[in-house]
Design a protein around this ligand. Structure first.
Ligand code: NAD
Length: 492
Protein backbone atom coordinates (compact mmCIF):
# COMPACT_ATOMS: atom_id res chain seq x y z
CA UNK A 1 0.00 0.00 0.00
CA UNK A 2 1.48 3.32 -1.08
CA UNK A 3 1.31 6.25 1.38
CA UNK A 4 1.42 9.89 0.33
CA UNK A 5 2.55 12.66 2.65
CA UNK A 6 1.76 16.33 2.19
CA UNK A 7 4.35 18.73 0.79
CA UNK A 8 4.95 21.88 2.84
CA UNK A 9 7.90 24.28 2.75
CA UNK A 10 9.98 21.95 0.60
CA UNK A 11 9.46 18.87 2.78
CA UNK A 12 7.15 15.86 2.67
CA UNK A 13 5.45 15.34 6.03
CA UNK A 14 2.60 13.51 7.74
CA UNK A 15 -0.53 15.40 8.72
CA UNK A 16 -0.28 17.04 12.13
CA UNK A 17 -3.20 14.82 13.22
CA UNK A 18 -1.26 11.72 12.12
CA UNK A 19 -4.41 10.58 10.28
CA UNK A 20 -4.67 9.01 6.80
CA UNK A 21 -7.54 8.41 4.41
CA UNK A 22 -7.96 5.84 1.63
CA UNK A 23 -7.69 6.41 -2.10
CA UNK A 24 -9.58 3.99 -4.39
CA UNK A 25 -8.89 2.58 -7.82
CA UNK A 26 -12.27 2.94 -9.58
CA UNK A 27 -11.49 0.07 -11.96
CA UNK A 28 -11.14 -2.43 -9.12
CA UNK A 29 -13.21 -0.62 -6.48
CA UNK A 30 -10.32 -1.30 -4.07
CA UNK A 31 -8.08 0.89 -1.93
CA UNK A 32 -4.65 1.33 -3.54
CA UNK A 33 -3.12 4.12 -1.48
CA UNK A 34 -3.38 6.29 1.59
CA UNK A 35 -3.21 10.07 1.77
CA UNK A 36 -2.30 12.28 4.73
CA UNK A 37 -5.45 13.82 6.20
CA UNK A 38 -4.68 17.50 6.70
CA UNK A 39 -6.40 20.05 8.91
CA UNK A 40 -6.14 23.68 9.95
CA UNK A 41 -2.68 23.26 11.57
CA UNK A 42 -1.27 21.98 8.27
CA UNK A 43 -3.08 24.75 6.40
CA UNK A 44 -1.46 27.36 8.60
CA UNK A 45 1.99 25.82 8.12
CA UNK A 46 1.58 25.76 4.34
CA UNK A 47 0.18 29.29 4.01
CA UNK A 48 2.88 30.68 6.31
CA UNK A 49 5.56 28.95 4.21
CA UNK A 50 4.02 30.34 1.01
CA UNK A 51 3.82 33.81 2.54
CA UNK A 52 7.44 33.75 3.69
CA UNK A 53 8.57 32.52 0.27
CA UNK A 54 6.64 35.36 -1.37
CA UNK A 55 7.71 38.10 1.02
CA UNK A 56 11.32 37.26 1.94
CA UNK A 57 12.59 34.04 0.41
CA UNK A 58 14.83 33.45 -2.61
CA UNK A 59 11.74 33.37 -4.85
CA UNK A 60 11.08 37.03 -4.11
CA UNK A 61 14.62 37.85 -5.36
CA UNK A 62 14.32 36.09 -8.72
CA UNK A 63 13.83 38.06 -11.90
CA UNK A 64 10.81 37.29 -14.03
CA UNK A 65 13.15 35.68 -16.60
CA UNK A 66 14.54 33.36 -13.90
CA UNK A 67 10.99 32.39 -12.90
CA UNK A 68 10.26 31.65 -16.55
CA UNK A 69 13.34 29.44 -16.81
CA UNK A 70 12.20 27.40 -13.78
CA UNK A 71 8.78 26.92 -15.35
CA UNK A 72 10.32 25.71 -18.60
CA UNK A 73 12.55 23.29 -16.66
CA UNK A 74 9.42 21.93 -14.99
CA UNK A 75 7.88 21.47 -18.46
CA UNK A 76 10.91 19.40 -19.50
CA UNK A 77 10.60 17.19 -16.40
CA UNK A 78 6.90 16.58 -17.09
CA UNK A 79 7.84 15.53 -20.63
CA UNK A 80 10.39 13.09 -19.18
CA UNK A 81 7.87 11.58 -16.72
CA UNK A 82 4.69 11.89 -18.83
CA UNK A 83 3.95 8.18 -19.01
CA UNK A 84 4.49 7.66 -15.25
CA UNK A 85 2.24 10.60 -14.32
CA UNK A 86 -0.41 9.39 -16.78
CA UNK A 87 -0.42 5.97 -15.10
CA UNK A 88 -0.93 7.49 -11.65
CA UNK A 89 -3.96 9.37 -12.87
CA UNK A 90 -5.39 6.25 -14.53
CA UNK A 91 -5.03 4.28 -11.30
CA UNK A 92 -6.40 6.96 -9.00
CA UNK A 93 -9.08 8.44 -11.24
CA UNK A 94 -9.97 5.79 -13.82
CA UNK A 95 -9.15 8.11 -16.71
CA UNK A 96 -8.18 6.30 -19.91
CA UNK A 97 -4.48 5.77 -20.57
CA UNK A 98 -5.30 6.50 -24.23
CA UNK A 99 -6.38 10.02 -23.25
CA UNK A 100 -3.88 10.58 -20.45
CA UNK A 101 -0.75 9.86 -22.49
CA UNK A 102 -1.83 12.54 -24.99
CA UNK A 103 -2.80 14.93 -22.19
CA UNK A 104 0.48 14.53 -20.30
CA UNK A 105 2.49 14.98 -23.49
CA UNK A 106 0.60 18.25 -24.05
CA UNK A 107 0.76 19.43 -20.42
CA UNK A 108 4.34 20.85 -20.62
CA UNK A 109 3.03 23.46 -23.07
CA UNK A 110 1.35 25.30 -20.17
CA UNK A 111 4.73 25.64 -18.46
CA UNK A 112 6.55 26.65 -21.65
CA UNK A 113 3.87 29.19 -22.62
CA UNK A 114 3.48 30.89 -19.24
CA UNK A 115 7.22 30.51 -18.60
CA UNK A 116 7.71 32.52 -21.78
CA UNK A 117 5.17 35.10 -20.68
CA UNK A 118 6.68 35.63 -17.22
CA UNK A 119 9.06 38.38 -18.35
CA UNK A 120 6.65 39.97 -20.83
CA UNK A 121 4.28 41.48 -18.29
CA UNK A 122 4.61 45.19 -18.92
CA UNK A 123 3.03 48.23 -17.40
CA UNK A 124 2.28 51.33 -19.44
CA UNK A 125 3.30 54.95 -19.48
CA UNK A 126 0.01 56.84 -19.43
CA UNK A 127 -0.18 59.96 -21.65
CA UNK A 128 -1.81 62.08 -18.93
CA UNK A 129 -4.06 65.10 -19.59
CA UNK A 130 -2.27 66.95 -16.74
CA UNK A 131 0.92 68.94 -17.21
CA UNK A 132 3.85 68.44 -14.83
CA UNK A 133 3.12 64.78 -14.00
CA UNK A 134 4.54 61.46 -15.11
CA UNK A 135 2.35 58.41 -14.59
CA UNK A 136 3.03 54.72 -15.14
CA UNK A 137 1.57 51.36 -14.11
CA UNK A 138 3.15 48.31 -12.52
CA UNK A 139 1.61 44.82 -12.51
CA UNK A 140 2.45 43.22 -9.18
CA UNK A 141 1.94 39.64 -8.02
CA UNK A 142 -1.01 39.22 -5.64
CA UNK A 143 0.84 37.04 -3.12
CA UNK A 144 -0.27 33.66 -1.75
CA UNK A 145 -2.69 31.85 -4.07
CA UNK A 146 -4.79 28.87 -3.01
CA UNK A 147 -5.57 26.49 -5.89
CA UNK A 148 -8.38 24.01 -5.22
CA UNK A 149 -8.97 21.30 -7.83
CA UNK A 150 -11.69 18.66 -8.45
CA UNK A 151 -11.26 14.94 -9.07
CA UNK A 152 -12.03 14.77 -12.75
CA UNK A 153 -8.79 16.12 -14.25
CA UNK A 154 -6.31 16.77 -11.44
CA UNK A 155 -3.04 17.43 -13.29
CA UNK A 156 -4.47 19.34 -16.24
CA UNK A 157 -6.43 21.71 -14.00
CA UNK A 158 -3.45 22.11 -11.66
CA UNK A 159 -1.34 23.21 -14.64
CA UNK A 160 -4.02 25.72 -15.72
CA UNK A 161 -3.69 27.38 -12.32
CA UNK A 162 -0.10 27.13 -11.22
CA UNK A 163 1.64 27.93 -14.52
CA UNK A 164 0.19 31.49 -14.79
CA UNK A 165 0.30 32.03 -11.01
CA UNK A 166 4.02 31.18 -10.78
CA UNK A 167 4.77 33.16 -13.93
CA UNK A 168 3.15 36.16 -12.22
CA UNK A 169 5.41 35.68 -9.18
CA UNK A 170 2.81 34.36 -6.73
CA UNK A 171 3.37 31.43 -4.37
CA UNK A 172 0.90 28.59 -4.05
CA UNK A 173 -0.90 26.21 -1.75
CA UNK A 174 -2.54 23.41 -3.75
CA UNK A 175 -5.45 21.43 -2.41
CA UNK A 176 -6.28 18.47 -4.66
CA UNK A 177 -9.56 16.58 -4.40
CA UNK A 178 -9.69 14.04 -1.58
CA UNK A 179 -10.63 11.45 -4.23
CA UNK A 180 -7.58 11.97 -6.47
CA UNK A 181 -4.64 13.45 -4.58
CA UNK A 182 -1.86 11.06 -5.68
CA UNK A 183 -0.97 12.51 -9.08
CA UNK A 184 -0.58 16.02 -7.61
CA UNK A 185 1.81 14.65 -4.97
CA UNK A 186 3.80 12.87 -7.68
CA UNK A 187 3.83 16.07 -9.74
CA UNK A 188 5.15 18.19 -6.87
CA UNK A 189 8.27 16.01 -6.76
CA UNK A 190 9.08 17.45 -10.18
CA UNK A 191 8.50 20.98 -8.88
CA UNK A 192 11.16 20.29 -6.27
CA UNK A 193 13.53 18.70 -8.80
CA UNK A 194 13.14 21.69 -11.13
CA UNK A 195 14.62 23.85 -8.35
CA UNK A 196 11.69 25.94 -7.13
CA UNK A 197 12.68 27.23 -3.68
CA UNK A 198 10.91 25.78 -0.58
CA UNK A 199 7.50 27.28 0.14
CA UNK A 200 6.79 28.38 -3.44
CA UNK A 201 4.53 25.39 -4.13
CA UNK A 202 2.90 23.50 -1.25
CA UNK A 203 0.31 20.72 -1.26
CA UNK A 204 -2.12 20.16 1.62
CA UNK A 205 -4.31 17.08 1.24
CA UNK A 206 -7.60 16.36 2.93
CA UNK A 207 -11.29 17.15 2.85
CA UNK A 208 -13.13 20.30 1.80
CA UNK A 209 -14.33 21.36 5.23
CA UNK A 210 -11.05 20.53 7.02
CA UNK A 211 -8.58 21.93 4.50
CA UNK A 212 -10.52 23.89 1.85
CA UNK A 213 -12.44 26.16 4.22
CA UNK A 214 -9.46 27.13 6.44
CA UNK A 215 -7.42 27.81 3.29
CA UNK A 216 -10.06 30.17 1.93
CA UNK A 217 -10.36 31.90 5.31
CA UNK A 218 -6.64 32.24 6.04
CA UNK A 219 -5.74 35.95 6.38
CA UNK A 220 -2.44 35.61 4.46
CA UNK A 221 -4.17 34.19 1.36
CA UNK A 222 -4.84 36.80 -1.33
CA UNK A 223 -6.53 34.77 -4.06
CA UNK A 224 -8.48 31.56 -4.46
CA UNK A 225 -8.55 29.85 -7.84
CA UNK A 226 -11.11 27.06 -7.72
CA UNK A 227 -12.43 24.43 -10.10
CA UNK A 228 -15.31 22.30 -8.95
CA UNK A 229 -19.05 22.25 -8.46
CA UNK A 230 -21.19 25.38 -8.44
CA UNK A 231 -22.36 24.58 -4.90
CA UNK A 232 -18.80 24.62 -3.54
CA UNK A 233 -17.94 27.60 -5.76
CA UNK A 234 -20.81 29.57 -4.24
CA UNK A 235 -19.69 28.74 -0.69
CA UNK A 236 -16.11 29.76 -1.48
CA UNK A 237 -17.23 32.97 -3.16
CA UNK A 238 -19.28 33.96 -0.10
CA UNK A 239 -16.43 33.28 2.27
CA UNK A 240 -13.91 35.04 0.04
CA UNK A 241 -16.19 38.09 -0.23
CA UNK A 242 -16.21 38.37 3.56
CA UNK A 243 -12.43 38.81 3.50
CA UNK A 244 -12.24 40.73 0.15
CA UNK A 245 -10.17 38.04 -1.53
CA UNK A 246 -9.75 37.69 -5.26
CA UNK A 247 -11.44 34.63 -6.79
CA UNK A 248 -11.50 32.73 -10.05
CA UNK A 249 -14.22 30.10 -10.24
CA UNK A 250 -14.47 27.40 -12.92
CA UNK A 251 -17.71 25.60 -12.23
CA UNK A 252 -20.15 23.21 -13.82
CA UNK A 253 -22.01 23.06 -17.11
CA UNK A 254 -25.00 21.69 -19.00
CA UNK A 255 -23.63 22.40 -22.42
CA UNK A 256 -25.81 22.31 -25.55
CA UNK A 257 -24.44 20.49 -28.59
CA UNK A 258 -26.66 21.72 -31.45
CA UNK A 259 -27.03 19.88 -34.77
CA UNK A 260 -28.74 21.57 -37.71
CA UNK A 261 -30.16 19.59 -40.63
CA UNK A 262 -27.53 21.06 -42.99
CA UNK A 263 -24.61 19.66 -40.96
CA UNK A 264 -22.31 16.84 -42.00
CA UNK A 265 -24.17 14.28 -39.89
CA UNK A 266 -21.35 11.75 -39.59
CA UNK A 267 -19.04 14.41 -38.19
CA UNK A 268 -21.77 15.61 -35.86
CA UNK A 269 -22.44 12.08 -34.59
CA UNK A 270 -18.74 11.80 -33.82
CA UNK A 271 -18.89 15.15 -32.00
CA UNK A 272 -21.97 14.14 -30.03
CA UNK A 273 -20.30 10.92 -28.85
CA UNK A 274 -17.09 12.74 -27.98
CA UNK A 275 -19.12 15.42 -26.17
CA UNK A 276 -20.78 13.03 -23.73
CA UNK A 277 -18.97 9.69 -23.61
CA UNK A 278 -15.33 10.83 -23.73
CA UNK A 279 -13.93 10.83 -20.18
CA UNK A 280 -17.12 8.92 -19.27
CA UNK A 281 -19.02 12.22 -19.35
CA UNK A 282 -17.08 13.40 -16.30
CA UNK A 283 -16.05 16.72 -17.76
CA UNK A 284 -17.36 20.19 -17.07
CA UNK A 285 -17.73 20.76 -20.83
CA UNK A 286 -19.71 17.57 -21.48
CA UNK A 287 -22.19 18.17 -24.32
CA UNK A 288 -24.90 16.68 -22.14
CA UNK A 289 -27.82 18.32 -24.01
CA UNK A 290 -27.94 17.22 -27.65
CA UNK A 291 -30.25 19.54 -29.58
CA UNK A 292 -31.39 17.99 -32.87
CA UNK A 293 -33.31 19.76 -35.63
CA UNK A 294 -36.63 17.93 -36.13
CA UNK A 295 -36.09 16.88 -39.74
CA UNK A 296 -32.95 14.85 -38.98
CA UNK A 297 -33.89 13.67 -35.48
CA UNK A 298 -34.69 10.02 -36.26
CA UNK A 299 -31.88 9.52 -38.75
CA UNK A 300 -29.37 11.07 -36.33
CA UNK A 301 -30.52 8.97 -33.40
CA UNK A 302 -30.05 5.84 -35.49
CA UNK A 303 -26.47 6.75 -36.38
CA UNK A 304 -25.70 7.95 -32.85
CA UNK A 305 -26.89 4.83 -31.06
CA UNK A 306 -25.14 2.63 -33.63
CA UNK A 307 -21.81 4.34 -32.89
CA UNK A 308 -22.34 4.60 -29.11
CA UNK A 309 -23.10 0.87 -28.91
CA UNK A 310 -19.64 0.08 -30.27
CA UNK A 311 -17.91 1.84 -27.33
CA UNK A 312 -15.45 -0.55 -25.66
CA UNK A 313 -15.59 -0.45 -21.86
CA UNK A 314 -13.10 -1.99 -19.47
CA UNK A 315 -9.61 -1.58 -18.07
CA UNK A 316 -8.66 2.10 -18.38
CA UNK A 317 -4.99 1.03 -18.56
CA UNK A 318 -5.68 -0.69 -21.92
CA UNK A 319 -5.11 1.51 -25.00
CA UNK A 320 -8.24 -0.03 -26.59
CA UNK A 321 -10.69 1.07 -23.90
CA UNK A 322 -13.00 3.93 -24.89
CA UNK A 323 -15.26 4.34 -21.85
CA UNK A 324 -13.82 3.92 -18.37
CA UNK A 325 -15.30 3.75 -14.88
CA UNK A 326 -16.94 6.49 -12.83
CA UNK A 327 -14.24 7.95 -10.60
CA UNK A 328 -15.94 7.73 -7.21
CA UNK A 329 -18.54 5.50 -5.60
CA UNK A 330 -20.58 8.60 -4.61
CA UNK A 331 -20.59 9.83 -8.21
CA UNK A 332 -21.59 6.35 -9.43
CA UNK A 333 -24.64 6.45 -7.15
CA UNK A 334 -25.45 10.00 -8.23
CA UNK A 335 -25.35 9.13 -11.95
CA UNK A 336 -27.62 6.12 -11.39
CA UNK A 337 -30.06 8.30 -9.46
CA UNK A 338 -30.32 10.67 -12.46
CA UNK A 339 -31.25 7.71 -14.68
CA UNK A 340 -34.24 7.13 -12.39
CA UNK A 341 -35.03 10.85 -12.35
CA UNK A 342 -35.09 10.96 -16.17
CA UNK A 343 -37.30 7.88 -16.39
CA UNK A 344 -39.73 9.29 -13.83
CA UNK A 345 -39.88 12.58 -15.75
CA UNK A 346 -41.03 10.67 -18.85
CA UNK A 347 -37.82 10.70 -20.93
CA UNK A 348 -37.48 7.73 -23.28
CA UNK A 349 -34.50 5.45 -22.63
CA UNK A 350 -32.85 4.60 -25.97
CA UNK A 351 -29.81 2.70 -24.69
CA UNK A 352 -27.88 1.96 -21.51
CA UNK A 353 -29.55 3.12 -18.31
CA UNK A 354 -27.87 0.65 -15.95
CA UNK A 355 -24.59 -0.40 -14.36
CA UNK A 356 -22.34 -2.16 -16.89
CA UNK A 357 -22.19 -5.90 -16.28
CA UNK A 358 -19.74 -6.68 -19.09
CA UNK A 359 -16.99 -9.04 -17.90
CA UNK A 360 -14.27 -6.53 -18.96
CA UNK A 361 -15.65 -4.13 -16.35
CA UNK A 362 -14.87 -6.44 -13.42
CA UNK A 363 -15.85 -4.98 -10.07
CA UNK A 364 -15.32 -1.40 -11.22
CA UNK A 365 -17.83 1.46 -11.01
CA UNK A 366 -19.04 1.31 -14.61
CA UNK A 367 -22.29 2.65 -16.06
CA UNK A 368 -23.42 1.90 -19.61
CA UNK A 369 -23.37 4.85 -22.03
CA UNK A 370 -26.94 6.10 -21.74
CA UNK A 371 -29.13 8.08 -24.14
CA UNK A 372 -32.56 9.54 -23.40
CA UNK A 373 -34.73 11.05 -26.14
CA UNK A 374 -38.00 12.95 -25.80
CA UNK A 375 -36.39 15.22 -23.22
CA UNK A 376 -37.83 18.71 -22.70
CA UNK A 377 -35.57 21.47 -21.50
CA UNK A 378 -37.64 21.91 -18.33
CA UNK A 379 -36.83 18.42 -17.05
CA UNK A 380 -34.22 18.09 -14.31
CA UNK A 381 -32.19 15.82 -16.60
CA UNK A 382 -31.85 18.84 -18.96
CA UNK A 383 -31.20 21.46 -16.28
CA UNK A 384 -28.96 19.79 -13.69
CA UNK A 385 -25.38 18.71 -14.18
CA UNK A 386 -25.07 14.91 -13.95
CA UNK A 387 -21.34 14.58 -14.66
CA UNK A 388 -21.55 11.12 -16.18
CA UNK A 389 -22.27 9.26 -19.45
CA UNK A 390 -25.91 10.35 -19.74
CA UNK A 391 -27.09 12.18 -22.86
CA UNK A 392 -30.42 14.06 -23.13
CA UNK A 393 -31.75 14.54 -26.66
CA UNK A 394 -34.02 17.55 -27.22
CA UNK A 395 -35.77 18.46 -30.52
CA UNK A 396 -35.91 21.96 -32.00
CA UNK A 397 -37.59 23.54 -35.05
CA UNK A 398 -35.37 26.43 -36.12
CA UNK A 399 -32.46 28.66 -35.17
CA UNK A 400 -34.48 30.84 -32.79
CA UNK A 401 -35.77 27.87 -30.88
CA UNK A 402 -32.30 26.31 -30.74
CA UNK A 403 -30.91 29.53 -29.21
CA UNK A 404 -33.80 29.79 -26.74
CA UNK A 405 -33.29 26.21 -25.52
CA UNK A 406 -29.49 26.53 -25.43
CA UNK A 407 -29.66 29.68 -23.30
CA UNK A 408 -32.45 28.46 -21.01
CA UNK A 409 -29.92 27.18 -18.47
CA UNK A 410 -28.32 28.54 -15.34
CA UNK A 411 -24.99 27.39 -16.80
CA UNK A 412 -22.95 28.77 -19.71
CA UNK A 413 -19.69 26.88 -20.09
CA UNK A 414 -19.36 25.09 -23.46
CA UNK A 415 -21.52 24.75 -26.57
CA UNK A 416 -21.32 23.12 -29.99
CA UNK A 417 -22.89 24.12 -33.31
CA UNK A 418 -22.93 21.74 -36.28
CA UNK A 419 -23.89 23.35 -39.59
CA UNK A 420 -22.55 23.88 -43.11
CA UNK A 421 -24.04 27.40 -43.26
CA UNK A 422 -21.29 29.87 -42.32
CA UNK A 423 -23.74 32.70 -41.68
CA UNK A 424 -25.69 30.56 -39.26
CA UNK A 425 -22.48 29.49 -37.53
CA UNK A 426 -21.57 33.16 -36.93
CA UNK A 427 -25.05 34.09 -35.75
CA UNK A 428 -25.10 31.18 -33.33
CA UNK A 429 -21.65 32.03 -31.98
CA UNK A 430 -22.93 35.54 -31.18
CA UNK A 431 -26.21 34.46 -29.62
CA UNK A 432 -25.16 31.54 -27.42
CA UNK A 433 -24.42 32.54 -23.82
CA UNK A 434 -21.36 30.42 -23.10
CA UNK A 435 -17.65 30.92 -22.55
CA UNK A 436 -16.79 28.60 -25.46
CA UNK A 437 -18.56 27.95 -28.79
CA UNK A 438 -17.20 25.12 -30.94
CA UNK A 439 -18.29 25.15 -34.57
CA UNK A 440 -18.17 21.75 -36.29
CA UNK A 441 -15.96 20.40 -33.53
CA UNK A 442 -16.25 19.73 -29.78
CA UNK A 443 -14.04 19.45 -26.68
CA UNK A 444 -11.02 21.28 -28.11
CA UNK A 445 -8.87 23.21 -25.59
CA UNK A 446 -5.47 24.89 -25.71
CA UNK A 447 -3.19 26.73 -23.30
CA UNK A 448 -3.45 29.64 -25.76
CA UNK A 449 -7.23 30.10 -25.80
CA UNK A 450 -9.26 31.60 -22.92
CA UNK A 451 -11.50 29.15 -21.07
CA UNK A 452 -14.22 29.90 -18.54
CA UNK A 453 -17.90 30.27 -17.89
CA UNK A 454 -20.82 32.61 -18.38
CA UNK A 455 -23.58 32.73 -15.74
CA UNK A 456 -23.31 30.07 -12.98
CA UNK A 457 -20.42 28.38 -14.79
CA UNK A 458 -17.96 30.74 -13.21
CA UNK A 459 -15.96 33.91 -12.86
CA UNK A 460 -12.65 34.62 -14.59
CA UNK A 461 -10.74 32.92 -17.39
CA UNK A 462 -7.95 30.37 -17.49
CA UNK A 463 -5.55 29.81 -20.42
CA UNK A 464 -4.56 32.40 -22.99
CA UNK A 465 -2.14 35.26 -22.43
CA UNK A 466 -4.54 37.24 -20.21
CA UNK A 467 -4.73 34.40 -17.66
CA UNK A 468 -1.57 35.74 -16.03
CA UNK A 469 -3.47 38.94 -15.15
CA UNK A 470 -5.73 36.90 -12.86
CA UNK A 471 -2.72 36.71 -10.51
CA UNK A 472 -1.59 40.34 -10.73
CA UNK A 473 -2.81 43.65 -9.39
CA UNK A 474 -2.20 47.01 -11.02
CA UNK A 475 -0.47 49.91 -9.29
CA UNK A 476 -0.58 53.44 -10.71
CA UNK A 477 2.54 55.50 -9.88
CA UNK A 478 2.47 59.34 -10.08
CA UNK A 479 5.53 61.63 -10.18
CA UNK A 480 5.37 65.36 -9.90
CA UNK A 481 7.85 66.60 -12.54
CA UNK A 482 7.13 70.28 -12.02
CA UNK A 483 3.43 70.84 -11.54
CA UNK A 484 2.64 74.02 -9.63
CA UNK A 485 1.62 73.65 -6.00
CA UNK A 486 -2.14 73.28 -6.08
CA UNK A 487 -4.89 74.41 -3.74
CA UNK A 488 -4.69 71.61 -1.09
CA UNK A 489 -8.47 71.59 -0.73
CA UNK A 490 -9.17 70.52 -4.33
CA UNK A 491 -8.30 67.44 -6.33
CA UNK A 492 -5.06 67.65 -8.33
P1 NAD B 1 -16.41 19.73 -5.56
O1 NAD B 1 -16.93 21.12 -5.61
O2 NAD B 1 -17.15 18.74 -4.74
O3 NAD B 1 -14.92 19.70 -5.03
C1 NAD B 1 -13.89 20.43 -5.65
C2 NAD B 1 -12.79 20.70 -4.65
O4 NAD B 1 -13.29 21.59 -3.66
C3 NAD B 1 -12.26 19.48 -3.92
O5 NAD B 1 -10.86 19.61 -3.77
C4 NAD B 1 -12.96 19.58 -2.58
O6 NAD B 1 -12.28 18.94 -1.51
C5 NAD B 1 -12.99 21.08 -2.37
N1 NAD B 1 -14.01 21.55 -1.42
C6 NAD B 1 -15.18 20.96 -1.10
N2 NAD B 1 -15.86 21.74 -0.22
C7 NAD B 1 -15.10 22.83 -0.01
C8 NAD B 1 -15.27 24.01 0.79
N3 NAD B 1 -16.36 24.21 1.51
N4 NAD B 1 -14.30 24.95 0.76
C9 NAD B 1 -13.20 24.78 -0.01
N5 NAD B 1 -12.98 23.69 -0.76
C10 NAD B 1 -13.93 22.72 -0.77
O7 NAD B 1 -16.31 19.26 -7.08
P2 NAD B 1 -15.90 17.82 -7.64
O8 NAD B 1 -17.06 16.89 -7.41
O9 NAD B 1 -14.56 17.44 -7.14
O10 NAD B 1 -15.74 18.11 -9.21
C11 NAD B 1 -16.77 18.05 -10.11
C12 NAD B 1 -17.27 19.45 -10.45
O11 NAD B 1 -16.20 20.24 -10.99
C13 NAD B 1 -18.33 19.47 -11.52
O12 NAD B 1 -19.38 20.34 -11.16
C14 NAD B 1 -17.61 20.00 -12.75
O13 NAD B 1 -18.43 20.61 -13.71
C15 NAD B 1 -16.64 20.93 -12.14
N6 NAD B 1 -15.52 21.19 -13.07
C16 NAD B 1 -15.43 22.41 -13.69
C17 NAD B 1 -14.41 22.66 -14.61
C18 NAD B 1 -14.28 24.00 -15.29
O14 NAD B 1 -13.19 24.32 -15.75
N7 NAD B 1 -15.33 24.82 -15.37
C19 NAD B 1 -13.48 21.67 -14.89
C20 NAD B 1 -13.61 20.45 -14.25
C21 NAD B 1 -14.62 20.21 -13.33
Amino acid sequence: MQRYQMYIDGRFSDASSGKWFDSYNPYTGEVWGQIAEGGSVDVDRAVTAAHNAFANGPWSQLTASQRGALLRKLGDLITRDARKLAEFEVRDNGKLIAEMVGQLNYLPQWFYYFGGLADKVQGAVIPLDKKGYFNFTRHEALGVVVAITPWNSPLLLTAWKIAPALAAGCTIVLKPSEFTSASTLEFVKLVEEAGFPPGVVNVVTGFGKDVGTPLVEHPLVKKITFTGSDATGRAINQLAAKHFKHVSLELGGKSPNIVFADANLDDAVNGAVSGIFAATGQTCIAGSRLLLQESIHDQFIEKLTALAKTARMGDPMSMDTQVGPITTRQQYDKVLSYIDIAKNEGAELLMGGAPATRTECGKGWFIEPTIFSGVTNQMRIAQEEVFGPILSVIKFKDEDEAVAIANDSSYGLGSGVWTSDIGRAFRMSERIQAGTVWVNTYRAVSYMSPFGGYKDSGIGRENGADAIREYLQVKSVWFNTGAATANPFTMR
